[in-house]
Ligand binder design. Structure first.
Ligand code: I3P
Length: 128
């Protein structure tokens, strides 16, 4: 049987390294602090782990360690936000709770894939 024969384990949609900064918490603006983050999209959640280069390679895997933070994508908003940074390829993710993150990659194809994958999840949740 498959590892998810009960259908209860959310699907891993995507994982990879992006630059991340949180710019608002509950609607209150925060000072930017860009850092590389191992980003994992599982089910309805976007989870942020420490850059795996700074720790052992298995520790990001779900179940092996706690994410530094986790975002519920239900009701979230996604938009390109190049005007919010001097960096290229930046988008902004805003949660229903008013937390805002900027995510960035120097590689165009990488950031485009993340944008469309996250948008697909948000759209799917909007239709539920
Ligand atoms: C910020 C830092 C950020 C930069 C931000 C600066 O300075 O250089 O990288 O954002 O620009 O304020 P500090 O480290 O002193 O807080 P970007 O790299 O996204 O441009 P901003 O204030 O225009 O957002």
């Amino acid at each position: 049987s498959s590892p998810d024969s009960d259908g209860m384990t959310p699907e891993l949609e995507k994982a990879g390294l992006l630059n991340k900064t949180k710019i608002a918490e509950g609607g209150r603006k925060l000072r930017k602090n860009w850092n590389p983050s191992w980003v994992v999209l599982v089910g309805n959640s976007l989870m942020f782990f420490k850059d795996p280069k700074t720790q052992n390679s298995d520790s990001w895997k779900p179940g092996n360690s706690c994410p530094e933070s986790s975002v519920d994508l239900r009701g979230a908003q996604l938009q390109w936000a190049n005007e919010l940074s001097s960096k290229k390829n930046v988008f902004k993710l805003r949660t229903v709770t008013g937390n805002e993150f900027l995510l960035q990659s120097d590689t165009d194809s990488v950031i485009r894939e993340w944008y469309s994958t996250i948008l697909k999840v948000i759209d799917r949740l909007d239709k539920e």
